[in-house]
Design a protein around this ligand. Structure first.
Ligand code: ZN
Length: 170
């Protein structure tokens, strides 16, 4: 188990499209458990491999209060969606920023678990939002892409300044 580095916006690697996993081998399992440990440490509820600079379609999610119900999703895919809902979102790759995002209210999605078994889930509420957010990551998309260009520009300047400050301290 290891803690991985999380990429922060506007890192261009966050824009890369992840490739499907062909074989769920030991490397993928290690990646998934390292991602889970990293997500727990950072206090997130979902993490996509793209965020740790690995271009593979792997996502981990845990929505439980006790942080003991991890979901490992290999090659997750939305099959159908309906309705519209707005929820306040944040992201480990966009620190200290939250905003309302409009997404589908209900989604059905499928994925493989770490044993390679195909699973299908009908989700609403937080899980529906979370899976849409994480699959977006795998496609190189961030939740702030849904904001107005002006808001995004301001955010970018703010985060670049923070990075510079950190660089000076180090
Ligand atoms: Zn995110």
């Amino acid at each position: 188990m290891a803690i991985l580095d999380i990429l922060h916006f506007p890192d261009p690697n966050l824009r890369k499209k992840a490739r499907p996993v062909e074989t769920i081998d030991a490397r993928i399992k290690t990646l998934a458990s390292d991602m889970l440990e990293t997500m727990y440490k950072e206090g997130g509820i979902g993490l996509a491999a793209t965020q740790v600079n690995v271009q593979k379609r792997v996502v981990v999610i845990d929505l439980s209060e006790l942080r003991n119900e991890p979901m490992y999703l290999i090659n997750p895919e939305i099959i159908s969606s309906e309705g519209v809902e707005q929820m306040q979102e944040g992201c480990l790759s966009v620190p200290d920023y939250y905003d309302l995002v409009e997404r589908a209210e209900k989604v059905s999605f499928r994925y493989l678990n770490l044993a390679g078994e195909a699973k299908e889930v009908n989700a609403d509420g937080l899980l529906a939002v979370c899976i849409q957010h994480e699959i977006d990551h795998l496609d190189g998309k961030l939740f702030i892409d849904y904001l107005s260009p002006l808001k995004r520009q301001r955010l970018r300047k703010k985060l670049e300044k923070q990075d510079k400050l950190q660089a000076q301290i180090l």
